[in-house]
Design a protein around this ligand. Structure first.
Ligand SMILES: *Cc1c(COP(=O)(O)O)cnc(C)c1O
Length: 389
C-alpha cells in the first residue's frame, strides 16, 4: 500500500479500553455501516444505533440522556441554542392556519419569531398576560396548536401558574411547552407539573461559563418523541461534540454553582430592596415579585438572574450612568455564567407599564457577594467609571 493510502487506512491503532472519568469527544459526520444490509437513514439513534453525525454523536447523545434524566423526560433533543430549541418546538406543533399562545414577557427573540417568520408561514401567535392562570381557557380556540409558558418571564420575572395553564390546556387537548431555562431544568419540575415539552438554553446554567451555545428540547412521552423528533431531524440541528463535552463538564458543577448563585443573588436582591433609590425588586423569591406565591408553591429554589426598578424621580440617563460605573458587573447579553452582568432596557414596556429606562437586570456571578454589593453601592453614590473598557 502506498503511504498516501496508508494515511487513510492505518494498520496500527491505540489500544482500546481507556476508562477516563470524562465522556469522550466523538467527532464524526459519516458513520460506518458493517454490511450493506445495515445501511439506513434513521434519526432514532438512541434506539436503533448510529447512522449519521447530524443526529448526534455519542457525546451529544450522552448530554441529551443526562438532561432527560435530570428533567424526568422521555427524551431530550440537543440543538444549537435556546432559540433553536424554541423554533423547533414552534415548527413541530404549528402549521399554516394554526393559532398559538405566548406570554407577553417571553424571551425577546422568541416573540420576534412569533411575529416574524411564523406569521409569514400563516401561523398566528397571540400574546397573553403571564398572570392569566386558569383564565387561559378563554383564549383557546379550535385551532390552538400550542401554548407557551416561560416562568419566570424574561426581564420582568413574572412567575406563571403553570399547573393552572396545563389543566386548562389538557381539557382542550392543547400541548403546553415551557421555557425552563431560569430553573436550569431542576428548580421547577416541568413534567411533574404536566408540561408536554420543556426547553432550556443550555447556554446559561448547564454551560455555566459563557463559552458555548446549546439548547435542549425535552419531551414527556413516546408520541411527542416521534412528532418532535421527525421535525427536529428535518431541520438539520447539528451540534458540535466539543460544545456538548463542555456542557457535560458544566453539568458536574451545576448543583454547587446554583446553590452559591441563589445565595448571592438573594443577598444582593435583599440589599437592593433596602435602598431608597429602588422602587421595586423583581426577584421570584421576594414578595415584591409578581407570582411570588406561585414560585413558593412550585419551585425548589431561585437562581442568579433578577431585575430591579429605580424610583420614577431617577431618569434613564442616571440609570445608564449607574450601570457604566459598575466594575464587577460587566455589560453584556445572556446570563448564567460565572461573571456578574448588568443590562439596561431603555425601551422596555409591558401592557399598562412603561419602565422608562429605569429597569436594570442583574446576573449575579461567583464573585464574593460583599464585593458585588460594594460595587453597586459605589455606583449608586457616583463612584468613578472604570477606564479599562
Ligand atoms: C437566552 C435565552 C434563550 C436563548 O438561548 P440561546 O442559547 O442564546 O439561543 C431562550 N430562552 C431564554 C429564557 C433565555 O434566557
Amino acid at each position: 500500500m502506498h503511504w498516501r493510502s496508508r494515511l487513510l487506512h492505518p494498520s496500527r491503532r491505540a489500544p482500546e479500553g481507556f476508562r477516563s472519568l470524562v465522556p469522550p469527544v466523538h467527532r464524526g459526520s459519516t458513520v460506518i455501516f458493517e454490511r450493506t444490509t445495515d445501511i439506513r437513514d434513521d434519526w432514532h439513534q438512541a434506539a436503533h444505533g448510529y447512522t449519521y453525525g447530524l443526529y448526534g454523536s455519542p457525546t451529544v447523545l450522552d448530554l441529551g440522556a443526562r438532561i432527560a434524566e435530570l428533567e424526568g423526560a422521555r427524551h431530550t433533543f440537543i440543538v444549537p441554542g435556546g432559540q433553536a430549541a424554541i423554533a423547533t418546538v414552534y415548527l413541530a406543533f404549528c402549521k399554516a392556519g394554526s393559532h398559538g399562545l405566548v406570554p407577553y414577557n417571553a424571551y425577546g427573540p422568541s416573540r420576534e419569531l412569533a411575529g416574524g417568520l411564523l406569521g409569514r408561514l400563516g401561523i398566528e401567535i397571540e400574546t397573553y398576560d403571564p398572570a392569566i392562570g386558569a383564565r387561559i381557557a378563554g383564549l383557546i380556540r379550535p385551532n390552538t396548536a400550542l401554548i407557551w409558558t416561560e416562568s419566570p418571564g424574561s426581564v420582568t420575572m413574572e412567575v406563571q401558574d403553570v399547573p393552572a395553564i396545563v389543566a386548562a390546556a389538557k381539557a382542550r387537548g392543547v400541548p403546553v411547552a415551557l421555557d425552563n431555562t431560569y430553573a436550569a431544568g431542576v428548580l421547577f419540575d416541568a413534567f411533574g407539573h404536566g408540561v408536554d415539552v420543556s426547553v432550556q438554553a443550555l447556554t446559561k446554567y448547564v454551560g455555566g461559563h459563557s463559552d458555548l451555545l446549546l439548547g435542549s428540547v425535552s419531551v414527556a412521552n413516546e408520541s411527542l418523541y416521534e412528532s418532535v423528533g421527525s421535525v427536529w431531524s428535518q431541520l438539520g440541528m447539528a451540534v458540535s461534540p466539543d460544545d456538548a463535552s463542555l456542557a457535560l463538564r458544566g453539568l458536574q458543577t451545576l448543583g454547587i454553582r446554583l446553590e452559591r448563585l441563589e445565595a448571592s443573588a438573594l443577598a444582593i436582591a435583599r440589599w437592593l430592596e433596602s435602598r431608597p433609590e429602588v422602587e421595586q425588586v423583581l426577584h421570584p423569591a421576594l414578595p415584591g415579585c409578581p407570582g411570588h406565591d406561585v414560585w413558593k408553591r412550585d419551585f425548589t429554589g431561585s437562581s442568579s438572574v433578577f431585575s430591579f426598578v429605580f424610583r420614577p424621580q431617577i431618569p434613564a440617563a442616571a440609570v445608564a450612568a449607574f450601570v457604566d460605573r459598575l466594575v464587577f458587573f460587566r455589560k453584556g447579553f445572556s446570563w448564567g455564567g460565572t461573571t456578574s452582568l448588568a443590562m439596561i432596557y431603555p425601551d422596555l414596556r409591558r401592557p399598562g407599564r412603561d419602565y422608562a429606562g429605569r429597569l436594570v437586570r442583574l446576573n449575579v456571578g461567583l464573585e464574593e457577594p460583599e464585593d458585588l454589593i460594594a460595587d453597586l453601592s459605589n455606583a449608586l453614590l457616583g463612584g468613578p467609571q472604570r477606564d479599562d473598557d
